[in-house]
Ligand binder design. Structure first.
Ligand code: NAD
Length: 446
């Protein structure tokens, strides 16, 4: 009954919102309870510390996908509450084994799993027993669900693990994906998928043979600002796309880190962060580059760049003459943005490839006016929605949106970029007959 009285006015003549602000919620609850009782409301009540509390009325649907509807209390002048989340019961969620407890796992993935709705942490794999024990305690993972790289294969006997998520240096992805597939588990693999296109092909074949799903963790394809740009471009809301300018750069400092060792990283800035420019351009345009032209540079004598490159600058030619001009760098202050320039306007996305902080600007002309606007979109936890998408694919037996074939295509393009930089000539990208395999159905991002 209280829920249906949003315009209720109290004796003082104050609005309900002002009343709550002035008196505090608990006093208000007593007053509201009194009014409710006087009106003959039948909500359940209890007495604690001398205060009479009212259980807020709530509609509790039996369907797991219908949200619980709570009592209304906000004015219509304020933003409406979002529906309550509808997470799956914890025991029914897809169980993840996280392999490699480095920066990405500890700083992003494990915290993100706590916010997932269809995914849960089931197991951990690490080479460090001390780290394994500490992280297991922090996240409530049972000792029997903690594995070393030597005992990794025993995950096959663990029914609590549905997915193995490979978060190791790039050069180890192939081995651990193939072993994971042979253990009969679905595989989520960090980007870049591997060190080479040949390795990607082996990984895809192994997952097909084992009949397990393989997804590459291209979080940008699930990120709302980047998806919005894709929609605007593909609907041609700003006319034909003409040109893209993309940068992904950051500063490295440790020459001993695996990212600076060719065997473990596969390359330098290009496979680590330049890859975002390649993959996101393909995603937002919905087409494949037909040719690349590249230039590569490393500062002579810099110990950071004895094995891997510091900088790659390249152009990708897409069908219809669209040019994407891209730069990736391992020795500049962090910069991750791109602009898309169309016939009738442009879109610019700051922090485009970052974990948070995307800022989307749009410009177009209206008569004598140049209209520039900020398109504000709520941020999401990119890692949580990505893992929940993969879980959804397993629950509903769907092909992941970002497949192994999608990861392979980026490696084919990167190999062409390196070849162009080496030879100083443009390199054609052979037409790929498997483009329909690059993506599964559109993800339902809740
Ligand atoms: P990291 O160095 O912080 O962690 C790597 C982990 O692998 C460490 O725990 C390390 O101990 C372990 N490891 C096991 N064998 C190793 C070996 N032989 N040499 C070195 N380390 C070894 O790296 P990270 O930043 O967490 O990156 C891991 C993977 O995740 C990479 O493939 C990277 O490209 C990817 N990544 C993706 C994103 C994203 O946004 N999707 C962001 C960062 C990293």
């Amino acid at each position: 009954m209280i829920m249906n009285e949003p315009t209720i006015t109290y004796k003082t003549g104050m609005s309900r919102k002002d009343f709550l602000t002035l008196t505090g919620r608990s006093v208000a609850a007593v007053a509201v309870a009194g009014i409710a009782t006087a009106c003959g409301a039948s909500g359940s009540t209890s007495i604690q510390s001398g205060l009479k509390a009212v259980s807020p009325p709530a509609k509790i649907p039996s369907s797991p996908i219908e949200p619980i509807v709570l009592e209304e209390w906000k004015s219509k002048n304020d933003v409406e509450s979002a529906p309550t989340p509808t997470p799956m019961p914890y025991k029914d969620r897809i169980g993840y084994a996280i392999v490699g407890l480095g920066h990405l796992s500890l700083e992003e993935l494990l915290p993100a799993l706590n916010t997932c709705k269809k995914s849960r942490l089931a197991a951990l794999v690490s080479g460090s027993p001390e780290k394994l024990k500490k992280v297991a305690e922090q996240y409530g993972v049972k000792p029997e669900n903690c594995y070393s790289y030597e005992t990794y294969y025993q995950i096959k006997n663990n029914p609590e693990v549905d997915v193995i998520y490979i978060v190791l240096p790039n050069g180890l992805h192939k081995e651990y994906v193939i072993r994971g597939a042979k253990a009969g588990k679905h595989i989520l693999c960090e980007k870049p998928m591997a060190n080479t296109a040949a390795e990607c092909r082996e990984m895809i074949a192994a997952c097909n043979t084992a009949n397990v799903k393989l997804m590459v963790a291209y979080r940008i394809q699930y990120q709302p600002h980047n998806r919005k740009i894709r929609d605007i471009l593909q609907q041609k809301a700003l006319g034909t796309t003409k040109f893209i300018q993309a940068t992904n750069g950051q500063a490295s400092a440790n020459p001993d880190h695996w990212r600076h060792k060719k065997a473990l990283a596969g390359g330098g800035a290009l496979p680590d962060i330049g890859l975002y420019c390649i993959n996101t351009n393909r995603f937002i345009l919905g087409s494949e580059p037909v040719e690349v032209f590249a230039y590569q540079y490393s500062t002579p004598g810099d110990p950071l760049f004895t094995e891997i490159e510091e900088m790659v600058s390249w152009q990708m030619k897409f069908p219809d003459g669209i040019i994407a001009n891209c730069v990736t760098h391992y020795d500049i202050h962090d910069n991750k943005d791109y602009g898309v320039f169309c016939e009738k306007g442009w879109l610019k996305l700051d922090n485009a490839y970052s974990y948070t902080g995307q800022q989307l600007k749009k410009s177009h002309a209206e008569g004598k006016e140049k209209i520039q606007e900020n398109i504000v979109i709520a941020e999401t936890d990119q890692f949580a929605i990505e893992m929940d998408h993969f879980s959804d694919c397993i629950i509903n037996d769907k092909r992941p949106f970002t497949t192994g074939e999608e990861g392979l295509q980026d490696h084919i393009i990167m190999e062409a970029i390196y070849e162009s930089a080496r030879t100083g000539k443009p390199v054609k990208i052979p037409a790929n007959a498997d483009t329909e395999l690059f993506h599964g159905p559109e993800p339902e991002l809740g």
